[in-house]
Design a protein around this ligand. Structure first.
Ligand code: NAG
Length: 319
């Protein structure tokens, strides 16, 4: 195998593809090489929660070491998902999660952290990775864009805690009597019955010039991206010869919300110098915690729908 790899590198130096190999090796560093569910630091201070108010505190997370963090004890268990008012959480610029927390099966997901400053809930922001470790969340954090900004937790004061427990647990979505909304929530059949595209060689981070797979034989129908392939379809142009194929398919114009239902979208396939050399109409739907895609029959070979996963244990590197 070693001999084979050497020969392969020899061939590749003749082409431009060698630069792509270097890229996939250097991006392998960072957040990915640790098991964040056991290897994390703690954020547990009492001033870090969104319920703590002190107008003379302007603490900053500029000293925070880049890495995985878990909120606990007096800081709370997770980040709040609503805009935090200024001077709460021990700072003038409190940071909160703009989006949902992932489910355990989602793996690492990208989310936006917003910092509330000067009356704007999202004046500054930062994309971070989050993972649900089963019974707690971990966040891959680094210093905020400026000072004073801080990542906030969701602890409530003891008083508020008691109030919360006394209140009957009512789902926010539960319709009130006056509204008389229909209670039946219909789950579209395709959210429960769909194929899985889960192999790591389908992810946009996978690069191996000797793998040329195709979706030409894929049965038409609904599919979900999962596991090694990534949590969803890539939504930016994917490099040539990645994702286990030649021409790489990615979703144009983004994913729909759940209330939009099933929407028509275009998949672009990157080939030659064109990120959209081939095109294919598909349907996309958001189910509660994931997306599904309806693919028609594909006639051209060596095209593939790519997942947004960023494979680090690349076939190329591990053999
Ligand atoms: C607010 O923070 C300042 C500065 O640390 C401190 O001196 C003051 O006691 C705090 N106020 C309250 C009400 O905790």
């Amino acid at each position: 195998m070693k001999y084979f790899v050497l020969v392969a590198v020899g061939i590749l130096t003749l082409s431009q593809e060698i630069s792509l190999i270097r890229v996939s090796q250097t991006t392998a560093a960072d957040a990915s090489n640790v098991d964040e569910c056991t290897d994390y630091k703690e954020l547990s201070g009492p001033f870090r929660t969104f319920t703590y108010y002190n107008a003379s505190l302007e603490m900053c997370d500029d000293h925070l070491q880049r890495g995985w963090y878990r909120f606990l004890r007096q800081a709370g268990r997770m980040m709040p998902t609503n805009c935090v008012p200024k001077f709460h959480c021990g700072t003038y610029g409190p940071g909160w999660l703009d989006g949902d927390h992932p489910m355990p099966q989602d793996g690492r997901v990208m989310r936006r952290i917003c910092f509330h400053l000067e009356g704007e809930c999202c004046k500054e922001w930062k994309m971070i990775q989050i993972r649900n470790c089963g019974n707690f969340m971990v966040y891959h954090l680094e210093p905020p864009p400026e000072c004073p900004m801080r990542y906030c937790g969701d602890a409530v004061t003891e008083e508020a805690h008691i109030l919360e427990e006394e209140r009957p647990t009512v789902n926010e979505e539960t319709p009130t009597v006056e509204e008389k909304r229909p209670v039946v929530v219909e789950i579209p059949d395709e959210c429960e019955n769909h194929g899985l595209l889960d192999s790591a060689d389908r992810s946009q981070g996978f690069y191996d010039p000797f793998v040329s797979l195709t979706d030409a034989g894929l049965s038409p129908g609904w599919y979900r991206f999962k596991d090694g392939a990534g949590f969803q379809m890539a939504n930016r142009c994917v490099k040539l010869f990645h994702c286990g194929t030649h021409a790489t398919g990615w979703l144009k114009n983004g994913h729909p919300t759940q209330s939009e239902g099933a929407v028509a979208r275009e998949v672009c396939f990157h080939w030659r110098d064109d990120c959209c050399y081939f095109r294919q109409q598909i349907m996309v739907r958001r189910c509660e915690h994931f997306y599904i895609y309806k693919f028609p029959r594909m006639d051209i070979s060596y095209l593939r729908y790519c997942g947004e996963g960023s494979v680090m244990d690349n076939h190329w590197l591990t053999h």
